[in-house]
Design a protein around this ligand. Sequence first.
Ligand SMILES: [Zn+2]
Length: 58
Amino acid sequence: MEMEPARREEEIVYVCARCGRELTPRDLALLHGVRCVYCGGRILYKTRSPRVKEVKAI
Ligand SMILES: [Zn+2]
């Protein structure tokens, strides 16, 4: 079994389906809910940060 590296919340970002901006969990925490801080959209896609390390499949 391989152990997955510790995941940080900062690695997870939300993308607004309305304006397409990226939101961090911190941004959402400020609003106390899932809502875009820019346009107020409530539809957010949960995704990972673009900063992904390249991993070669063995
Ligand atoms: Zn938005």
